[in-house]
Design a protein around this ligand. Structure first.
Ligand SMILES: Cc1cc2nc3c(=O)[nH]c(=O)nc-3n(C[C@H](O)[C@H](O)[C@H](O)COP(=O)(O)OP(=O)(O)OC[C@H]3O[C@@H](n4cnc5c(N)ncnc54)[C@H](O)[C@@H]3O)c2cc1C
Ligand SMILES: C[S@@+](CC[C@H](N)C(=O)[O-])C[C@H]1O[C@@H](n2cnc3c(N)ncnc32)[C@H](O)[C@@H]1O
Length: 602
């Protein structure tokens, strides 16, 4: 059976007529020609009831169909700032045909009072990649999850309970899909008793489907020349109680998983600390001097690829912000017939240019500075980072206890005592196990079958930087990888030995050479001159990480395999949302695919 490809986004097709942004295909405008900002304030921010709620609520979840230029988000931020509200907001929006940043900026220019908010939004404007994009506004008070893809496909994959809905997806007559019965039922599913909605339209289709889904609707005076707008309240559903936020989270392990957890918890103001057995952070797998950020793409629609794409967008953004990119871009070589055929299928899937572009051999040669007669996929958003620097940037604002080797955990849910080998004790309401290869031992086999975990040892070869390989300008990826020279060496990685050896061996160097395509191998110096580094990776058979609850107040983020640098950040933020009772942005099928629980069934 033909596999469904990963969904891609359609090209944006917009025009500006007299300064008014219009969707050419749909034949509708993005916002009122009269005064879009005034309409947004009137219909959505005020008309939904959100403005009132800002005064007293400590947290609100506001969802929107049709992000467009983000004008409703800007109007909301403006209202928050003007009212000095301290309310934390999760803003969840859906967009099927994302605009380019420059078009959005041009549209915002009509509202000079929004200039500084627009600057923030445009600085965060996501890459045009299908999937979820996260960013925040107002210094983190408003956390945005922007889901790129058709709302009718994305909504059923999410789980949250909105307090308010802004329904802003073009006129129903011109864009019926977004007002269809299934979409309105999804809007209801993602609501709770008392959820309010607002829309500029009172079209019959919208009213029929929303009221069938359980919303009690009323017409209210519309904005400007429009006679009516729509308001609604959800009468059904449950009153959902807010999860009690975690009081103190202990993160066990100071590698990239622990560091990413610390950063994610910091962003949600959740108290936490890290326990690391070594003298300093990032000494195990995350202690390699350099590693790749690179997407995993699949020919069919696979959870691992969806995860990898959103995670790379997230990781690259963090790395750029903290100036962690040592070398930008990665080329995945067509180094074997099998890989070449897979890559040409990938190239035909129409990924965005900055995610994957097919390069002919001469273009690869130009890009990487060495002619090896091979084509490949160029990932401009990929790159090389230093894992210890990455960890340090992630943990910058978190308490870290080093020389704290956890020996055991006792207590009960929400009240854990952690004992270290040096007899130090720590208390925590929640624990997150991020111990890398030591995690299975740390949690004990009573919880999860230890046999499901696979530990492999991998070696980096530090090669001299005066060989015919040394002109390499950009990281290349094959079965292993080769990095541009840095800090006096050129790094090649990394084989997978199914054991737990930790010493660097000549055999390991030969193995790294053997992974190289012939054209590269012949340019390398003799392994006698190499030094190196070895570390252990943890994975499970399905090659997906393990992220999620093992009991009510114990979690794991581990089994990052050979992709921890790309994946840890996004997964940690998803877990932190769950720990903090905030809406998770990861699609539920993906959340389920990553749960520790799945290991019982493998
Ligand atoms: C040779 C090699 C090359 C790699 N190249 C890449 C690459 O290019 N790109 C990429 O994305 N990934 C790469 N990886 C994989 C990547 O390094 C891992 O996915 C990632 O580092 C795992 O991070 P972690 O935090 O889960 O584990 P670790 O980095 O191993 O961290 C676990 C931490 O837990 C601590 N710990 C363990 N037990 C205890 C305890 N009882 N008490 C307190 N602390 C404890 C350890 O000391 C350690 O610091 C490579 C791996 C190897 C081995
Ligand atoms: C009226 S505009 C949004 C106006 C928005 N307030 C703004 O600031 O521009 C509607 C938006 O909904 C998006 N949209 C329409 N149908 C969609 C669908 N099925 N899924 C996701 N987004 C959709 C359009 O691409 C467009 O950006």
């Amino acid at each position: 059976m033909e596999q469904q490809p990963l969904p891609q986004l359609p090209p944006a097709s917009v025009s500006f007529d007299d300064g008014i942004l219009r969707a050419i295909d749909v034949g509708d405008v993005y916002f009122s020609a009269e005064d879009g900002l005034a309409e947004s304030r009137y219909v959505f921010v005020d008309g939904s009831g959100a403005l009132n709620a800002l005064a007293d609520a400590s947290h609100l979840t506001i969802a929107e169909t049709g992000f467009g230029t983000g004008l409703n988000l800007l109007a909301l931020c403006e209202a928050i700032a003007a009212s000095n509200s301290r309310c934390q907001i999760d803003y969840i929006s859906f967009e099927g045909a994302p605009l380019d940043a420059k078009d959005a900026r041009y549209a915002h220019d009509a509202f000079p009072e929004l200039a500084s908010l627009s600057d923030d939004l445009i600085a965060n404007w996501p890459r045009r990649w299908h999937g979820v994009h996260r960013f925040s506004m107002l210094g983190g008070q408003v956390r945005v999850q922007l889901h790129y893809g058709q709302a009718q496909d994305t909504l059923p994959r999410l789980s949250f309970a909105a307090d308010f809905w802004f329904l802003d997806g073009f006129a129903p007559a011109k864009n019926p899909e977004l007002w269809s019965q299934p979409v309105c039922h999804e809007i209801a599913r993602l609501s709770k008793k008392g959820t309010r909605l607002a829309s500029f339209t009172v079209a019959r289709q919208a009213r029929t489907h929303l009221s069938e889904a359980g919303f009690h609707l009323e017409k209210a005076p519309g904005f400007g020349r429009k006679r009516d707008m729509l308001k609604g309240v959800y009468d059904k559903g449950f009153i959902r109680t807010q999860t009690r936020p975690a009081e103190q989270v202990a993160i066990i392990g100071g590698g990239i998983a622990g560091a990413a957890m610390a950063h994610a918890l910091t962003q949600l103001n959740i108290p936490h600390f890290i326990l690391e057995q070594a003298e300093k952070i990032a000494t195990a797998a995350s202690g390699n001097p350099a590693g790749l950020l690179v997407p995993f793409l699949s020919v069919g629609d696979m959870p691992a690829a969806r995860l990898s794409i959103s995670a790379l967008a997230d990781a690259r953004k963090f790395a750029e912000l903290h100036q962690l990119i040592i070398s930008s871009g990665v080329v995945s070589l067509d180094f074997s017939e099998r890989k070449a055929s897979r890559q040409s299928k990938l190239a035909a899937q129409g990924f965005p240019e900055d995610l994957a572009t097919f390069l002919a051999p001469k273009d690869v040669a130009h890009k990487i500075g060495i002619d090896i007669g091979m084509g490949g996929l160029y990932h401009s958003a990929g790159g090389v980072v230093s894992p210890p620097d990455y960890c340090a940037a992630l943990m910058a604002d978190s308490p870290v206890y080093t020389n704290a080797a956890v020996a055991g955990v006792s207590g009960e849910e929400g009240d854990w005592q952690i004992r270290c080998h040096n007899d130090q004790h720590f208390n925590a309401s929640h624990i997150i196990y991020c111990g890398g290869a030591a995690t299975p031992q740390l949690i004990g086999s009573g919880f999860l079958p230890k046999k499901q975990f696979q530990i492999t040892s991998g070696q980096l070869s530090y090669m001299p930087q005066n060989t015919a390989l040394s002109p390499l300008k950009m990281a290349i990826n094959y079965s292993g990888y080769l990095l541009p020279c840095g800090a006096g060496v050129q790094i090649a990685g990394a084989g997978f030995d199914p054991d737990e050896r930790r010493e660097v061996t000549k055999e390991g160097h030969h193995q790294n050479l053997a992974l190289m395509p012939e054209a590269l191998k012949s340019l390398a110096a003799s392994p006698d001159s190499y030094s190196g580094r070895r570390a252990l990776r943890l994975a499970v058979a399905d090659r997906l990480p393990v992220a999620g609850e093992i009991t009510d107040t114990r979690y794991m983020l581990t089994a990052l395999g050979a992709r921890g640098l790309t994946l840890a950040g996004l997964l940690a933020h998803s877990l932190a949302c769950r720990i903090g009772g905030r809406p998770d942005f990861l699609e539920q099928p993906l959340v389920a695919a990553l749960l520790p629980e799945r290991l019982r069934d493998l």
